[in-house]
Ligand binder design. Structure first.
Ligand SMILES: *[C@@H]1O[C@H](CO)[C@@H](O)[C@H](O)[C@H]1NC(C)=O
Ligand SMILES: *[C@@H]1O[C@H](CO)[C@@H](O)[C@H](O)[C@H]1NC(C)=O
Ligand SMILES: *[C@@H]1O[C@H](CO)[C@@H](O)[C@H](O)[C@H]1NC(C)=O
Ligand SMILES: *[C@@H]1O[C@H](CO)[C@@H](O)[C@H](O)[C@H]1NC(C)=O
Ligand SMILES: *[C@@H]1O[C@H](CO)[C@@H](O)[C@H](O)[C@H]1NC(C)=O
Length: 262
């Protein structure tokens, strides 16, 4: 009996720090960030993209109101949080997923307008940490109604490879652009979604310097606004795998998200 109570206490102690900062609305599957309520993805078995296991333990909002998305090593000894995902990984018939991923989305559509994501970390070398890491800021209904900004090297370890893209899915010559971002402490990733075009850019948030921009004007290929075109932010692993990642946790902090309608 005493052992049982002790176990309960341990479980409670592990549970509290994990779930304390997460929810601000009494709903543990959502977080408040930048004035919006974001649904937090959780799937115990691997699902696309990747496929990967997405865990709500990898989504936090810190004391400064920043949204923190993490990749977290399963079984990492320094993070009690990872203990929670071990049984799920074991239960899966898929190959061992060594990291869990993070994703949030809004549950109501914002429609045509300008979507801005402020990243408070230099992400240009995410792919040097591991070329399978993907940071996504996007609108999604399904795989053919999707507008993406991705910081990603898609498995290519070459340090001079493209490390990002703008895509109106599916990618073709007139709907995709690949670019290489250099070191930037604090960047704004932005797209203006209109019926006839999607104007993308990346700017240095501190100096306002334009780092890369492209206007996709293939109007027949731009998905119409739809009640299911929802904004998502995620941090995941291409093919659900890594090449050389050894860190227990990789975190990308977002300092803001803003939307202004057209
Ligand atoms: C929690 O929030 C999510 C996203 O806003 C919503 O889909 C879900 O229904 C909510 N759950 C409860 C129990 O309120
Ligand atoms: C995590 O640890 C358990 C127990 O040691 C082991 O069975 C499992 O394969 C490990 N999972 C991964 C992904 O390494
Ligand atoms: C993008 O192209 C459209 C259509 O030509 C134009 O109306 C819009 O002003 C352009 N936006 C930018 C930022 O260049
Ligand atoms: C997980 O790590 C093990 C040991 O390094 C490796 O053999 C396996 O391929 C990895 N699994 C994935 C999905 O990357
Ligand atoms: C986010 O951006 C909005 C609009 O520009 C601004 O009012 C707000 O202060 C910003 N929040 C933070 C934390 O920078």
């Amino acid at each position: 009996m005493a052992a049982y109570r002790f176990l309960l206490l341990i479980v409670a102690l592990l549970w509290l720090p994990l779930h304390a900062g997460g929810s601000s609305s009494g709903n543990s599957s959502s977080v408040m960030f930048a004035g919006y309520e974001w649904a937090v993805r959780e799937n115990a078995t691997p699902q696309g993209p990747g496929p990967n296991i997405f865990s709500r333990d990898n989504v936090r909002v810190d004391a400064q109101g920043r949204l923190l998305l993490s990749l977290r090593k399963v079984n990492a000894t320094t993070q009690a949080a990872s203990a929670a995902v071990v049984p799920e990984t074991k239960a899966s018939s898929q190959p061992a997923h060594n990291y869990t991923c993070a994703e949030v989305s809004l549950t109501r559509p914002l429609g045509y307008g300008t979507y801005s994501f402020e990243v408070a970390k230099d992400v240009h070398a995410l792919g040097q940490g591991d070329p399978f890491i993907v940071l996504g800021m996007f609108l999604y209904k399904d795989d053919t109604h999707e507008i993406d900004i991705e910081v990603a090297q898609w498995g290519n370890p070459d340090p001079s490879a493209a490390n990002g893209d703008f895509v109106v899915q599916p990618p073709t010559a007139d709907t995709a652009r690949y670019w290489r971002l250099s070191a930037t402490r604090h960047a704004v990733f932005r797209f203006t979604y209109a019926a006839s075009h999607v104007a993308f850019l990346v700017q240095d948030a501190d100096t306002g310097a334009m780092l890369t921009q492209w206007n996709c004007t293939a109007s027949s290929k731009i998905p119409s606004k739809h009640s299911d075109m929802l904004v998502h932010i995620n941090l995941w692993l291409f093919r659900g795998t890594t090449l050389k990642l050894t860190q227990d946790v990789v975190t990308v902090p977002f300092s803001n998200f803003t939307f202004s309608p057209l």
